[in-house]
Design a protein around this ligand. Structure first.
Ligand code: 13P
Length: 251
């Protein structure tokens, strides 16, 4: 396993004050940990305040979204350069909720991955099949195309990292966590696609793979032995400090 990474995606679940409270809890309980990357992803309005709270700790900051240009007439969007400026090191891109509600396509996600790397932000690229696609046996095909299209022309050099988050859409927020064996199989597939695109050294050193979708303290334990798993992208359970701590511990 590479350096484990556990990402808390708080989505749009918390008030501003609750975001600060939860950040303080994570800081109290987890900021001493050095051998795992722990990333908190608050909503955009709270990013700079959370950045201030976790400054000089081992915790890292991630955004939930980013735009594909650095500046200009793009009302309502968030600049990758400004994210970097305020202390973000990571950005989730292509989350299925954005694909579903905001119409994000692989092409848009591809531009976001590129601009992240240009701005020293590590993209957390989310891919995953829907329930229907799964039932129609299309999982591998969907993941293959998402990866190929989102990474088209994306060059990853020495000091750049990328995280691939396999989040089956049917598992998100449903309590229906994927079977570890199935995740292991999917990770093999992802790795194979990456090896087709990038030199082996890049795949080995610069890419981490995480699972997301109804990860909780019990479920996480079943994944800890997966060879290719580097961590988790956690939604609901990251809102409760005790559950989140257990998930961090499970790796
Ligand atoms: P849940 O852990 O709530 O299923 O959410 C997963 C997710 O979407 C994280 O990005």
């Amino acid at each position: 396993m590479k350096k484990p990474i556990i990402i808390a995606n708080w989505k749009m679940n918390l008030s501003f004050q609750k975001t600060l409270d939860l950040t303080s809890q994570v800081k109290d309980d987890l900021s001493e940990i050095k051998d795992k990357d722990i990333i908190v992803c608050p909503s955009a309005v709270a990013l700079s305040s959370v950045a201030g709270l976790i400054k000089n700790t081992n915790l890292k900051l991630g955004a939930q979204n980013v735009f594909w240009e650095e500046n200009g007439a793009y009302t309502g969007e968030t600049s990758p350069a400004v994210l970097q400026e305020i202390g973000c090191q990571y950005t989730i891109v292509g989350h299925s909720e954005r694909r579903k509600y905001l119409g994000e396509t692989n092409l848009m996600v591809n531009k976001k991955v590129n601009i992240c790397l240009e701005n020293n932000l590590t993209p957390i690229l989310c891919i995953g099949e829907t329930k229907d696609e799964r039932h129609e046996g299309l999982t591998d095909n969907v993941l293959y195309h998402q990866l190929k299209e989102c990474l088209d022309g994306v060059n990853i050099v020495d000091n750049e990292d990328i995280v691939i988050a396999y989040e089956p859409v049917w598992a998100i927020g449903s309590g229906d966590i994927a079977e570890p064996e199935e995740v292991a199989r999917v990770f093999e597939l992802i790795q194979q696609v990456l090896i087709d695109i990038y030199p082996l050294t890049v795949v080995k050193n610069n890419v981490r793979m995480v699972y997301g979708g109804s990860v909780d303290s019990d479920g996480a334990v079943g994944f800890s032995q997966l060879k290719l798993l580097d961590g988790f992208l956690v939604g609901g359970a990251s809102l409760e400090i005790n559950k989140f701590k257990e998930i961090v511990k499970s790796l």
